[in-house]
Design a protein around this ligand. Structure first.
Ligand SMILES: NC(=O)c1ccc[n+]([C@@H]2O[C@H](COP(=O)([O-])OP(=O)(O)OC[C@H]3O[C@@H](n4cnc5c(N)ncnc54)[C@H](O)[C@@H]3O)[C@@H](O)[C@H]2O)c1
Length: 266
């Protein structure tokens, strides 16, 4: 699909964690393209601001709870219509090595992984009955490479990439069970948001430069419009994956050097 053939005009776009950061930037970029936007968040103040300033449909909803995600989806359908484009974007980052608490493992698993599963289970069957639908997950470069200061973020973002790949394999093509749903997976390195605000220049995620959420949103809109799978706002990540898959010992050696440099820095 070329960018010219895909129109965002009047598409119903739903975004989890859309009250701030990357999710809000995607919401604004989609609205600029003519989409009708619905966002969820756990931060009520940000939701109120987004509604007042941008006219988005809003829903207080925790992406770590299936019933809240279903409530967000139903709220969007009731107020705007069937969802054409779903962004499973909310995420959490908890630093920690083997000392990571079960509570941190649990919230990381629910928000960074099960949220994608619950949303896909709820929206993809109806998307398969319609044309031009998209399901996009926000993983991270950490899901393709690693996040050296967080075992839970590394694991759950790898799981998010794996789930997006599986969705693309199973639902990414027309077949007897329905229409293709275009699946994309967003994998940025460092972005200037609340998530990285306490890290000096984004920590290890900032080594190739920090982007602003609006820069990320532009790449997201372009790649989704083209029907691309992997969304890489930092193109160098594509080179790192090649090194990783062509020479694991070399890649592990490089990552150990990074760990020695950035160990416990946030
Ligand atoms: N900032 C980065 O450097 C970076 C890099 C790679 C990937 N990501 C990913 O991008 C996504 C967005 O992160 P961001 O950087 O914009 O962070 P952010 O903290 O600025 O924004 C996240 C938004 O999600 C909301 N949120 C948090 N937990 C939620 C939950 N359980 N349910 C609903 N909403 C929730 C927050 O209130 C906030 O409005 C995340 O999945 C994150 O892992 C971020």
């Amino acid at each position: 699909m070329s960018e010219n053939s895909f129109s965002w005009k009047n598409k119903i776009v739903a975004i989890t964690g859309g009250g701030n950061g990357i999710g809000l930037a995607i919401a604004l970029a989609a609205k600029d393209k003519g989409a009708k936007v619905s966002i969820s968040d756990i931060n009520e103040t940000d939701l109120t601001k987004a509604k007042e300033n941008h006219g988005f449909q809003t829903c207080l909803s925790d992406a770590g709870k299936e019933k809240d995600i279903l409530n967000f989806i139903n709220n969007t359908k009731d107020n705007l219509g069937e969802i054409d484009i779903f962004f499973a974007n909310a995420g959490v980052a908890r630093s920690g090595t083997l000392d990571t608490s079960d509570a941190d493992w649990d919230i990381s698993h629910r928000v960074n992984v099960m949220h994608h599963v619950w949303a896909a289970r709820a929206v993809i069957p109806s998307m398969r009955k319609r044309q031009d639908c998209h399901f996009i997950t926000t993983a991270s470069a950490a899901g393709l490479l690693s996040e050296i200061n967080s075992a839970s973020y590394s694991l759950t973002k790898h799981a998010a990439v794996g789930f997006a790949e599986w969705l693309a394999i199973v639902y990414g093509k027309d077949d007897n069970d329905g229409n293709a749903v275009t699946i994309s997976c967003l994998c940025p390195q460092g972005v200037n948001t609340a998530m990285t605000a306490n890290m000096d220049n984004g920590g290890v995620a900032g080594i190739d430069g920090m982007l602003n959420p609006s820069d990320v949103a532009k790449v997201v809109i372009d790649t989704v419009s083209e029907g691309g799978f992997l969304i890489l706002p930092h193109p160098v990540v594509g080179e790192y994956i090649k090194i990783k898959t062509s020479d694991y010992p070399r890649w592990l050696g490089g990552m150990r050097k990074l760990y020695a440099k950035f160990k416990g820095s946030y």
